[in-house]
Write a protein that binds this ligand. Structure first.
Ligand code: BYC
Length: 472
């Protein structure tokens, strides 16, 4: 197991010092990154001292060290999971061949594109969340936000390393561009639409880390199966951090639901807005919104891009090596949703062009697990309400359902019916205004805003009232 060399200007476990050209190129990119962080990272926080974890090794246990750190001084670096001796390509036309340590010329542009798309989401999320610190519900949550932000910054470093190390001048240019596109910028937006939506309140932040970071889990897992070994190793390490982000999301939404449920039980109504909570039906609308925009992140149901990425060994399926089939999908079929006779039906299609949908299905199943846990808690508190994931056809902008309107239950409806009902299905202006009105900063150690329950425990053995962030 390799440890990380922190004596270098750029901490790394890839022997960067042995490649002076690469080291210099990345050291040239470093000030641009810090400039971007200072300009578009968490606003007004450069003097805060934050109880952050930093990676010290890349194995599953004991990789993190905790301490008070100012974010601009965070040691962003390049960490790859350890190489697997004799690793092979596990799917597609190169199945059984040795994994590539260098980019095969014929796949250069596809690989670069996948890496750039992945890389683009990381700084995007930091930009989306940059003003949230001002309205934190507690110091515990503020620290979680910043932990997520610095790790997304490191994930950007991970992709920039691959671009610099393996794609020559094109790679360096793409790395520069990653700092030039900005979330929501009318002229130079981020590549994927869900990364251009501002995260303006903490309910949205927790929904983001529950649903959007979960897309990260599934995409990174598929990329960690890649025949291009450096990408696989990078993604394997990133996945350990992604797990924490989803924990922030699931526990954050869970704590809001807990508080809403307490208020509903206490006042015997779901309509708890006046009591300073987020009504459960409003939480449902936020779920409808975030889940549906995240479904789009998986691409079209039928995709020749995805088929090519698979056949050429660049991007696999979720848990590829654990799937019991031929790993080339010869003659295999998969059920895809279609619209027929005014309703959604599922029909067999070639599995190879259905790779995006298969990943989306895995994502859907995983998303349902958290909902089941939340529903259990609502039921246990004696409140009569159940949260659901909307149908795959609901509120979609990519693929089969982009030009139709569907209700959350999947009924295909007219535009008029959509317009009549949308306020009850997606957060409307009044909902957003209510949630915003609750966003009053709470910065006393151990205190929580009224709309969210306290976490079950503190971070890394610290008490909940530990001073996780010190303002100076
Ligand atoms: N928005 O063949 P199709 C994360 C484009 S999140 C805009 O279906 P493909 C994180 C597509 O590019 C994980 N455009 O697409 C989370 C294509 O364009 P061209 C991010 C879209 O290529 C939280 C055309 O439509 N990682 O890590 O099979 C915080 C045809 O579509 C969208 C990745 O996404 C869209 N939603 O699949 C921080 C992994 N969807 O060829 C971080 C890398 C499709 O017509 N990316 N298009 O110009 C990929 O694997 C693929 O690019 C996608 C799209 C799965 C996104």
């Amino acid at each position: 197991m390799s440890t990380i060399d922190y004596s270098q200007k750029i901490p790394n476990n890839v022997n960067l010092a042995d490649d002076r050209r690469l080291q210099r190129a990345l050291e040239n990119w470093q000030p641009a990154y810090l400039g971007w962080w200072n300009q578009l990272g968490p606003a007004g926080t450069s003097e805060y001292e934050i109880y952050l974890r930093t990676a010290v090794a890349v194995d599953a246990e004991g990789w993190a060290q905790f301490g008070m750190v100012k974010m601009p001084e965070y040691r962003w670096g390049i960490f790859l999971a350890d190489a697997e001796e004799g690793r092979k390509i596990n799917f597609g036309m190169h199945k059984g061949e040795d994994a590539w340590q260098d980019v095969p010329g014929e796949y250069r542009s596809d690989l670069r594109r996948l890496i750039v798309t992945q890389g683009d989401t990381e700084p995007a999320s930091v930009e989306q969340q940059r003003r949230l610190g001002r309205t934190c519900p507690s110091l515990y949550d503020l620290r979680s936000l910043f932990q997520v932000n610095v790790e997304e910054g490191r994930h950007l470093w991970a992709m920039v390393y691959l671009l610099h190390a393996h794609f020559g001048r094109d790679g360096r240019e793409e790395a520069d561009e990653l700092l030039m596109r900005h979330s929501g910028d009318a002229d130079k937006p981020r590549i994927l639409q869900a990364f251009n939506v501002p995260t303006e309140d903490w309910l949205s932040f927790f929904m983001f880390t529950y649903f959007q970071d979960r897309d990260g889990k599934f995409q990174l897992n598929a990329l960690s199966e890649s025949g291009f070994d450096p990408l696989s190793r990078t993604c394997r390490f990133m996945l350990t951090e992604e797990a924490h982000h989803m924990f922030v999301g699931e526990s954050g939404v869970g704590r809001i639901i807990q508080r809403s449920t307490e208020l509903s039980a206490e006042h015997d109504t779901l309509d708890i807005g006046a009591h300073g909570g987020v009504p459960l039906p409003m939480i449902q609308k936020y779920i409808n919104f975030h889940y549906s925009i995240c479904l789009d992140l998986f691409g079209q149901e039928r995709s020749t891009n995805a088929a090519n990425f698979y056949t050429t060994g660049l991007k696999g399926r979720f848990g590829e090596t654990k799937i019991d089939d031929d790993h080339v999908l010869d003659g295999a079929s998969y059920k895809l949703p279609e619209i027929a006779g005014g309703e959604v039906v599922w029909r067999d299609q070639p599995a190879l062009t259905s790779i995006n949908e298969a990943l989306r299905d895995e994502y859907r199943r995983d998303s349902e697990r958290g909902l089941a846990r939340w529903n259990k808690a609502i039921k246990a508190a004696g409140v009569d309400f159940e949260l659901t994931l909307p149908h795959t056809a609901f509120h979609r902008n990519i693929g089969t359902f982009r030009d139709i309107n569907a209700a959350p239950n999947g009924d295909i409806i007219s535009r008029e019916e959509w317009d009549k009902n949308v306020d009850g299905w997606l957060p409307n202006d009044a909902d957003r205004a209510h949630v915003k009105s609750l966003m009053v900063p709470v910065t006393k150690p151990g205190q929580m805003a009224n709309w969210i329950a306290a976490p079950a425990r503190g971070i890394h053995g610290q008490d909940i009232d530990f001073e996780y962030v010190k303002f100076h």
